[in-house]
Design a protein around this ligand. Structure first.
Ligand code: NDP
Length: 333
């Protein structure tokens, strides 16, 4: 597999380039695109990528099988559509697009072209979340009554840019983190949120966008979901909890990029720490994507998963704005 990077981003530098190389070898990343030719060149040189440029058509005409899109969110739609038109498989960052309708268009275009399209929701690739899911599926908590998601973190200084002051680029904590929480809840419960209530606020980090949100979602099974997302919490620990009729799973520090955290299952028999695999989350995402391109299996989170996580985030944003209970509109997908 040969990859073109659309976006000279931090996430590619910190996680994805290494993941592509560990799955497909040192020559896996051949091109990188930036809006600035100088930045493309310096990024390419810094990361040992042969071609750096600012012409999307030239990148798509290159010897690549797939693109990884990690530009700011408002660019994902047009870049994905161009890549699909050029016959490239697409691994796209979340949120897939600025609107559910655009995300549906991207996913349908890839389906029609027979291309693999995936969303880079890393959390469902974590050994911790795979272990939680297995325990829930095995009935160890019984019927699920509720889920609580604690995803209030501190946005690191080097990422304190467009997420905090550019609503037109898809900034704000709802677009950034609620999508991950929606995907993770869907992954564990195997069902899609029906409707939501929410509030959002800015404690000063967010300028023109919210930096914190809390929401409650109803699920078809009757389970309730409570979530908290923030950029401003320096000392809070993240967590994911599933409470059921026979047991509770309390996982701490698991809403993150590393293979870390602790999972405790408590039932009538007592408390038990669940073991989990500590593989790299992003490598697993890329590995499953490459397998899918080779005709084996499916990506860990496909395009439909990306549409659905965006739809939940859009409903949370609307509920926070209007103060009303909002039905999640999945755009007919
Ligand atoms: P960055 O701000 O690092 O990158 C986004 C764009 O900003 C880049 O494409 C680049 O534009 C520009 N940029 C980056 N650094 C500089 C710089 N030093 N000077 C000038 N321009 C710069 O964003 P992230 O990497 O944090 O996020 C990118 C995407 O990935 C988003 O969609 C985000 O939601 C997603 N993401 C996903 C994560 C996950 O775990 N799934 C984690 C983090 C982010 P250009 O390409 O034009 O040079």
């Amino acid at each position: 597999m040969k990859w073109g990077l659309i976006g000279a981003s931090t996430i590619a530098a910190e996680r994805m380039i290494e993941a592509f190389r560990s799955v497909s070898g040192e020559g896996a990343v051949t091109h990188v695109l930036s809006s600035s030719p100088e930045r493309a060149e310096s990024y390419a040189a810094e990361h040992g990528i042969a071609h750096g440029g600012s012409d999307l058509e030239a990148l798509l005409a290159g010897d690549i099988d797939a693109v990884y899109i990690s530009t700011t969110n408002e660019k994902h739609f047009s870049q994905a559509m161009a890549a699909i038109a050029a016959g490239k498989h697409v691994l796209c960052e979340k949120p897939l697009a600025m609107t559910v309708a655009d995300a549906v268009t991207m996913v349908r275009a890839a389906q029609k072209a027979g291309l693999v399209f995936a969303t880079n929701h890393h959390l469902r690739n974590a050994g911790s979340h795979l272990a939680i899911r297995e325990a829930v599926r095995a009935g160890r908590v019984g019927d699920v009554l509720s889920v609580r998601v604690f995803h209030a973190v501190y946005l690191p200084p080097h990422l304190q840019g467009w997420r905090l002051d550019k609503p037109e680029a898809g900034g704000g904590v709802i677009a950034d983190i609620v999508v991950h929480d929606a995907d993770t809840v869907r992954f564990h419960l195997g069902e899609d949120p029906v409707d939501v209530v929410a509030m959002a606020s800015s404690a000063g980090m967010g300028k023109g966008v919210e930096d914190s949100a809390m929401s409650v979602w109803s699920m078809p099974s009757g389970a309730m979901v409570q979530t908290h997302e923030s950029f401003t919490h320096r000392f809070a620990r993240s967590g994911f909890q599933v409470h059921g009729t026979k047991g509770s799973i309390v996982a701490t520090d698991v809403m993150t990029q590393g293979a870390v955290g602790e999972i405790v299952l408590t039932t009538e028999a007592g408390a038990e720490t669940l073991p989990y695999d500590t593989h790299d989350l992003y490598r697993r995402s890329v590995g499953l994507f490459c397998d899918a391109v080779a005709g084996q299996g499916r990506p860990s989170a496909d395009g439909v998963d990306g549409v659905k996580s965006l739809a939940v985030a859009a409903a949370v944003a609307k509920a926070a704005e209007t103060g009303r209970r909002v039905a999640v509109d999945y755009g007919g997908i």
